[in-house]
Design a protein around this ligand. Structure first.
Ligand code: FE
Length: 194
């Protein structure tokens, strides 16, 4: 039985960049629905009692359990996404900046490549910064798919499902991504994986 995790911030904390209304719907409606669906789908099955990560890894690439995978992954993705957000003016540490320069050439190229991944994810999905053999890489996934299912370690994500930005930015996904990159990344959370 899974519960909706509490947000690591107040729902007004990301204003003016992400409204309290967006956070409220995204957390208490969308995220909650994935939790509720997952609980209903795993009840009285072999998945019951397993951790979220175990459920994701056991149900991936299994067409008979696609609903379980999608809802479990979306529960995980959203909890991870909330942890990636802050509005306290954080910037990456010198060590992180050095790693970004080593792996992308410059901070600007990192931002461009992350934005490109987030912008070109056709339809619903996620843009990620991942660690692959100790190196940062950019990844994008569709719908509920996530780096874990591909043996990669996520360190940052941006939700590019329309529900993440439509109330505040309508169809302008690019503006939402720019705001995310420039103001909202919780670098302390990213650095907890380094
Ligand atoms: Fe979402």
């Amino acid at each position: 039985m899974f519960n909706l995790p509490k947000l690591p911030f107040n729902d007004t904390d990301l204003e003016p960049y992400i409204s309290a209304k967006t956070i409220m719907y995204h957390h208490t409606k969308h995220h909650q629905t994935y939790v509720t669906n997952l609980n209903n789908l795993i009840e009285n099955t072999s998945f019951s009692g397993k951790t979220l990560e175990e459920i994701i890894m056991l149900s991936k690439n299994d067409s008979a359990h696609m609903g379980i995978f999608n809802n479990a992954a979306q529960v995980w993705n959203h909890t991870f996404y909330w942890n990636c957000l802050q509005n306290k003016g954080q910037t990456p540490s010198q060590k992180t900046q050095d790693m970004l320069v080593r792996d992308f050439g410059s901070i600007e190229v990192f931002k461009e490549q992350f934005k490109q991944a987030a912008l070109t994810q056709f339809g619903s999905g996620w843009a990620w910064l991942i660690l692959d053999d100790g190196h940062f890489k950019i990844m994008k996934t569709s719908n509920a798919d996530l780096p874990m299912a591909h043996g990669k370690t996520a360190v940052l994500t941006c939700d590019v499902w329309e529900h993440a930005y439509y109330l505040d930015y309508q169809n302008k996904r690019g503006e939402y991504i720019d705001i995310f990159m420039d103001h909202l990344i919780n670098w302390e959370f990213v650095e907890s994986f380094l």
